[in-house]
Design a protein around this ligand. Structure first.
Ligand code: C5P
Ligand code: MG
Length: 155
């Protein structure tokens, strides 16, 4: 069994989209980013890559490359998944934490859980999501952390 861990954060600003786990969130402010700024998918992508010491998201998709501008973060995730699957591993479980003061993410829990389970090929019950406020310590940021376990296919 392998363990992967990743983190990501983005600054929040008006006039930007807020996308988390591939789900569009209705919000006054969104993530400032080169891509769509999906901190949850970025943390998950880094977690997958870290499980086999494959570097990180920026090594695969440089943020100074125009091709990556406004790229859906599902592209990053698909690539990381392909890298681990090529090496014979399959995601087994995911636990993720999102820290965001506003808006409340509770109403989006099922949508995010279902999207992530679909993207990873996992049962929704193995996609544990925790939402936290920063208690006002980081009101201008969205942060995500993700831990994944992977198992060797057929083993
Ligand atoms: O951070 P705190 O412990 O105060 O969060 C309390 C509750 O608020 C938790 O149940 C959490 O699921 C929810 N929450 C949320 N959306 C956020 C932050 C927290 O639904 N952006
Ligand atoms: Mg990011």
């Amino acid at each position: 069994m392998l363990i992967g861990y990743g983190e990501d954060s983005h600054r929040l600003a008006a006039g930007r989209r807020l996308v988390l786990g591939g789900v569009e969130i209705a919000a006054e402010r969104g993530a400032v980013a080169h891509s769509d700024g999906d901190a949850l998918l970025h943390a998950l992508t880094d977690a997958l890559l870290s499980s086999l010491a494959l570097g990180d998201i920026g090594a695969l998709f440089p943020d100074d490359d125009a091709e990556n501008r406004a790229r859906p973060s599902t592209d990053f995730l698909e690539r990381a998944l392909a890298e681990v699957r090529e090496r014979g591993y399959e995601p087994q479980q995911l636990r993720a934490v999102v820290v965001l003061d506003r808006p409340r993410l509770g109403p989006y829990r099922e949508a995010i859980q279902s999207r992530l389970s679909e993207l990873l090929g996992l049962e929704p019950a193995l996609v544990g999501l925790t939402f936290k406020t920063s208690e006002g310590l980081a009101p201008d940021h969205v942060q995500a952390r993700a831990v994944v376990t992977l198992v060797r296919r057929g083993g």
